[in-house]
Ligand binder design. Structure first.
Ligand code: SF4
Ligand code: SF4
Ligand code: FES
Length: 339
């Protein structure tokens, strides 16, 4: 089949960007990576991109096709050709471009280093050989462990676009992998990193990271797990945590989100005063409900049932987490017996 691609090129030496169109013949099963290989081998050897495993394992070949991050080696081109499309191939977003489709991954790795991406055993030595954990305990971190650090989620993150210091979906998904690992003893000191400035509460919940992750890691869901762990530890000082708290309270009391409570209870009374001009503009536009007579949802009991259901699910998760790892007994003789 014949494939035509428009490729965003960038030459760092001349600091020039341009879009170039290539048409090549490839086999019907060709992926985007195969097409790039044919272009590089037969048309333009200077085309630059990353690749290694060719099987969606190494995470090297992240790039954008028509503005959406993909793994080139996991993207079949036949449907694109059949639809008569000429896609634009460009480098991933939110990371500096080095050349053509290659981005600098250093800011990505810096976020990983910042979240302490290793088990903290609290200085405890396993008494016999190693810590043992049950399959169901391992299952709790398996989704996040699927991450291949490709950066596709980071490429699509709205929050990182606005705040490049936001820890971001990939690093926070890795954080969830340790928060929920029964062997980890990082506790509050670990959570403090994720609860701080540029941490979990900076996520706008746009869910693009879930949508684009090629490995089903669901980074946004992982961020929610970290937020829940922070909340359960009683760490409510951050504005994001306070926002979550008043959100739950407001929906429980009225079935609605009460904006008149949300701002002062999130940012504090003093800071809320600064928002008065904005509040007045909203009021003039008829967008501020009467704070003295808040309206209530007709089916408030349904909302409360949902709140209760979520609370009970969170409690079950917490109890499972507190059960701790199945560790071998400290006495080696006893361990031998149990074997
Ligand atoms: S859900 Fe949060 S982390 Fe994911 S892309 Fe959106 S802002 Fe970024
Ligand atoms: S979470 Fe998914 S998209 Fe993000 S780096 Fe990991 S594998 Fe890639
Ligand atoms: S080449 Fe390894 S993930 Fe695509």
């Amino acid at each position: 089949m014949q494939v035509t691609l428009k490729i965003e090129r960038y030459n760092p030496e001349s600091d020039e960007s341009r879009q170039e169109t290539f048409t090549v013949d490839v086999v019907e099963e060709a992926t985007l990576l195969d097409v790039l290989d044919v272009i590089k081998d037969e048309v333009d050897g200077s085309l630059t991109y990353r690749k290694s495993c060719r099987m969606a394992v190494c995470g090297s070949c992240g790039m954008r096709m028509d503005g959406a991050a993909v793994l080139a080696c996991k993207t079949p081109m036949r449907p694109v050709v059949e639809a008569g499309e000429v896609p634009v191939i460009s480098p991933m977003g939110n990371l500096p471009v080095l050349k053509d489709l290659v981005v600098d991954m250093e800011p990505f790795w810096a976020k990983f280093r910042a979240i302490k991406p290793y088990l903290d055993d609290g200085g405890e030595e396993p008494p016999v050989k190693e810590w043992r954990i049950q399959q169901e305990e391992l299952d709790r971190v398996m989704t996040e462990a699927l991450c291949i650090q490709c950066g596709c989620c980071v490429s699509e993150c709205n929050s990182m676009e606005a705040d490049p210091d936001f820890l971001g979906p990939a690093a926070l998904a890795k954080a969830a992998r340790f928060v929920n690992d029964v062997r980890d003893r990082g506790g509050k000191s670990r959570l403090e990193i994720y609860n701080g400035p540029h941490g979990v509460w900076d996520c706008t919940r746009c869910y693009f990271c879930n949508q684009r992750c090629p490995k089903g890691v669901h980074p946004r869901d992982a961020i929610a797990k970290v937020g829940a762990a922070i909340y359960q530890e009683g760490m409510h000082s951050d504005g994001g945590a306070r926002h979550a708290k008043v959100f739950v309270k407001s929906t429980h009391q009225t079935g609605y989100l009460l904006e008149t409570h949300l701002v002062p209870e999130t940012v504090g009374a003093v800071n809320a005063i600064k928002e008065i001009p904005f509040a007045l503009r909203l009021a003039r536009a008829g967008k501020v409900p009467n704070p003295l007579k808040p309206h209530k949802a007709k089916k408030l009991d349904e909302v409360r049932k949902l709140n209760k259901l979520i609370e009970s699910q969170e409690q079950a998760t917490l109890e499972a987490a507190n059960a701790g790892p199945t560790r071998p007994p400290a006495d080696p003789a006893q361990a031998k017996e149990s074997e």
